[in-house]
Every structure is written in C-alpha cells, then in structure tokens.
Write a protein that binds this ligand. Structure first.
Ligand SMILES: [Mg+2]
Length: 333
C-alpha cells in the first residue's frame, strides 16, 4: 500500500500508534496534541536540527529505510554529544512523496525509534508534508549533565588554547570508505563490506564519551561530520588558533587500511560523517578522560599558537603532508 491510499490522517494515526508507549504515565504530553509539553530541565537547554535530503544526503537505492531512520536521529545526537550534553526530546518533520510505500515509513520509524531508545530520547511530535522528494528533518533537544549548568558547563568550539593537545575518539575514515565503496560499486570480503556499510549508515554518536570528556575537564570539542580537517578548521577558526596534526597518529581501522591501501589517509583526513568527537584540552584532562572510557581517545596533534584556524598535517618525517587526491579537491570545492 502506498501513502496515497492510506492518506494523511491514516499515516498520522499509524505513526501515533508506533510512538505510543515511549513514556510511562503522564510525565510528559507527547504526540497527539497541537504541541508537545514537558517540564523544563534544571540546566540550559541544548537544541539542534539537521535535515537529510534525498539526492543530496542519501540515495534511496543505496540505503534502507530503517538505516535512514537511525541516521536521521544519529546526526543530531552527535551534535549534542559534541557539547557534552544529554539528549532528551526529538521532533520529526517528514516530507514524503505519495508514492512511498507505507511499509517504508514503518521501517523509517523503526530505525528512528531504535536510535531513540538506545540514547534515551523520546520522540514527542512532528509534521508531515507531501513533496516530490524525501526530506527528513529532526530537531533534538537536550540538557547539560547533572551537576552542570550554564555557559561554562559545555564543550564549545571556541575553547582551544595554545599548548593544548588535540585528540579524537574512536576511528576515522570508515564512513567515507563505505560511501566510496557504494558509489564506485567496489566489492570486498563480506565482513569488510558489512563493516563499512554499518559505519556509513549506522553511525554511533558518542553521547557517553561527550559527557565523560566534559567531566574530565575538556571544554573544547566538535563532532566530525564534514571531515577531520574541515571540522578541525572550524574549531581552530572559532578559537583563533592554528593546529598541527601528525598523519601517522590518525586512528584508522585495519579494515579501512586494507580496503583502501592508497586512500585511507585521505579518507581519514577529508572523508566526512565519522561522528567521532574531536577535542582540544590539556593532556591531564585527556588522560583523565581516557581512564574513564572504553572508547579509544587518540592524541593526533596539538594547538601551536594564535591563528586563523590553519591546520598543518605532518608525515612521519615531519614533512608537510599535502592532500592532492581528486577526492580532496572535490571536498574543497
Ligand atoms: Mg556538529
């Protein structure tokens, strides 16, 4: 059955049923009224929004609807993670063509609810519009962790200082490797293919890690969505500093190195959507954070001094490493 046959009201009833049971009792007023209502948190509110647009951010032939649902929430979760925040409530605005199958929307919500449950988020409302292409917009609200409040109790982009180390959680390049594999139609062994697909379509936002970094004394972070160099550039620009990183320190999984023996450095430096956390902090704070999390936290460079956000990449012999691949030029344009 297509949405055209089910109709808008039918779809609304169906989604309301899918979202029932997220919250017990009468603690909040969620879907089904003109607006959601819930008590305020005891901290500053964090708010972020992001859209996934068919043709620009994804292609329906490549991604499953459930993965699309997961990712649409995950990209927003990552922004809350980058602030050290706790995600709480989501609003979902969907633009859908009438020809979309009802079962596709069911799967979309299934994936979204899976991500919501995994990270303690309640979907409290949304909007439906008919359109010629699929657009999924999620707005996510959150708070600061318990015991934190106000402007200084956040990880911001403008807090990097000369002498601080620069570190990144997890590993880089796998999501971009997955996208490259799918776009070029390249084949690897089944395990590698599954892993690259998962990193691209089911990214794991670093919610717990963000709060651990904040508690350990880190006050400057950004999530890696545009690619390491670009996001580090944003951080450096906001902080008014320059940064040097070492290419041989980049954490890149064995699977990515094997799949792209020539291109893994470029994928790690310029590929996007890793959704890892990139931070600048004194080494003592990073050491404290490392002791409190299972996820790897790798120092990849340091803040050199005041500047305009210039990022220098050095190779193992301390020579400047230049990204001259066509891929990097494409990212630049
Ligand atoms: Mg971000």
């Amino acid at each position: 059955m297509q949405l055209a046959q089910l109709g808008e009201l039918g779809l609304i009833r169906r989604l309301e049923a899918a979202l029932q049971g997220q919250v017990a009792g009468r603690s909040i007023l969620g879907v089904g009224d003109d607006a959601a209502a819930f008590p305020p948190p005891h901290t500053w509110v964090l708010a972020t929004t992001d859209s996934l647009v068919e043709g620009a951010d994804f292609h329906l032939g490549q991604v499953s609807w459930a993965d699309l649902g997961w990712k649409s929430l995950a990209v927003n979760l990552s922004d809350i993670a980058a602030m050290g925040g706790v995600p709480q409530y989501a609003l979902v605005a969907l633009c859908l063509p009438a020809s979309v199958e009802v079962s596709a929307v069911d799967a979309l919500y299934q994936g979204m609810l899976e991500a919501a449950r995994s990270f303690g988020v309640t979907i409290v409302g949304g909007d439906l519009s008919a359109s010629t292409q699929v657009v999924i917009t999620v707005t996510l609200l959150g708070s600061q962790p318990e015991g934190w409040d106000g402007y200084d109790g956040l990880m911001r982009r403008d807090g990097a200082q000369p002498g601080q180390q620069v570190a990144v959680t997890g590993a880089l390049g796998a999501s971009a490797a997955g996208l490259r594999m799918l776009t070029r139609g390249e084949r690897f062994d089944a395990e590698t293919e599954a892993l690259l697909r998962r990193f691209h379509f089911r990214p794991l936002p670093r919610i717990a890690e963000g709060q651990t970094l904040l508690r350990a004394g880190v006050r400057c972070a950004i999530d890696v969505s545009d690619g390491l160099l670009r996001d580090l550039g944003h951080l450096g620009h906001a902080s008014g500093v320059d940064v040097v990183i070492q290419a041989d320190l980049l954490p890149v999984s064995e699977a990515v190195r094997r799949a792209y023996p020539q291109g893994w450095r470029e994928l790690a430096l310029a590929g996007g959507e890793d959704f890892e956390l990139l931070c600048a902090a004194p080494s003592t704070a990073l050491e404290r954070a490392r002791r409190q999390m299972d996820t790897p936290l790798t120092v990849i460079g340091h803040v050199t001094g005041p500047g305009s956000g210039r990022i220098t990449v050095l190779d193992a012999e301390s020579r400047e490493f230049h990204l001259e691949s066509a891929g990097w030029d494409h990212f630049r344009s």
